[in-house]
Write a protein that binds this ligand. Sequence first.
Ligand code: PGA
Length: 239
Amino acid sequence: MKITVMENAAQIGEAVGKLFVDAIQKKPNIVLGLATGASPVPTYQYIYGECQKGNVSLKEVCTYNLDEYVDLPKSDKNSYYTFMHKELFDHTDIAEENVHFLDGNATDVEAECKRYDEALSKAGVDIQLLGIGRNGHIGFNEPSSYFTKGAFKVKLTESTIEANSKYFDENPMPHYALTMGVGSIMQAKKIVLIATGSAKADAMKAMIDGQVTPSCPASILQFHQDVEVYMDKDAAKLL
Ligand code: PGA
């Protein structure tokens, strides 16, 4: 695990953004696993900035997002589909048919998860971007007694609901989501994780220094061959 501690979120966004831009320049049809939440936003700003300057094109890039809320219309301002378009895709030349999400409104959840897992393993993710929950979740893989393999429907924990409900001012936050499994995340050739703020300090300590245990899902990353972690001083304060 390569660990980099930086001053602030803006610096991390630039460093991780550069990493992604370099990777896209080297392999224009790269397959990216993408994350939502506050952590990746500066990275996305860097990437679309470079795209707008003509330094990189996302025309052939293919993306798979980690997760999506259940029973939230795709067009809702809080759906991760909307988030990704607003924070990244709409400011780039990416082709809409190349962006992929789990369908949180699927009637047959099992079939939907199977479809996504098959598409993911066929595509093969080159770089997976991750944030981390205060409770050590990656994607929406919440602390549990076992590591998940493929995509599934998850009941969100109180910690996650508390962290994310600030975005839901009109309708209540969904308590269920579909998420890529830990096993699928681990299939990515390279993983880049971003953590900022002291609320993430316990999770970062458990992920890096703790035992590999499903009670901190991110700890499984200790077993991956190519993980880069970028965090600010507050997230690193217990290390
Ligand atoms: P955040 O969420 O980037 O908004 O802190 C990260 C996560 O819950 O995985």
